[in-house]
Design a protein around this ligand. Structure first.
Ligand SMILES: [Zn+2]
Length: 136
């Protein structure tokens, strides 16, 4: 990802944003420039509700380099209400709490810089749906 794009994306740190095709209505996450269904460009910004459910999950005991986190942490594939899926960390849960189909909500994004090159990567965090807002 180029630097200007990374910069542009900073404004959406606390929102879950994708793209919607103005012609056929297909919704994409992450956002893209062109619709894969009907080739329309540009696409419109689309703001997700942030609600979804866990499709599958695993517990990670060895985080990737540069990704500082309490271990173990729960890494899940989450299907958003609107359909797209993403991989995200699930926070505010203990190992016995997590199950397939569990409703979750978007909490925030985290930026981690990796290595000497300072490669910036994004992490997405979800929490149980209805979890108190102040908790992380
Ligand atoms: Zn389209």
């Amino acid at each position: 990802m180029s630097v200007p794009r990374v910069w542009r994306r900073r404004k959406v740190l606390y929102r879950l944003e994708g793209a919607k095709c103005p012609k056929c209505g297909k919704i994409y996450f992450p956002a893209r420039e062109r619709c894969l269904e009907c080739n329309t460009t540009p696409l419109e910004e689309y703001l997700f509700s942030g609600y979804g459910k866990i499709v599958t999950f695993t517990w990670v005991y060895t985080p990737p380099k540069g990704f500082k986190s309490r271990i173990p942490y729960c890494l899940a594939i989450i299907e958003l209400e609107e359909g797209p899926r993403l991989t995200a960390q699930v926070v505010a849960v203990e190992q016995n709490d997590v199950s397939i189909g569990m409703p979750v909500e978007f909490a925030f994004r985290k930026i981690a810089s990796e290595g000497k090159e300072g490669v910036i990567t994004y992490g997405f965090k979800f929490r149980p749906k209805g979890y108190p807002n102040h908790a992380k």
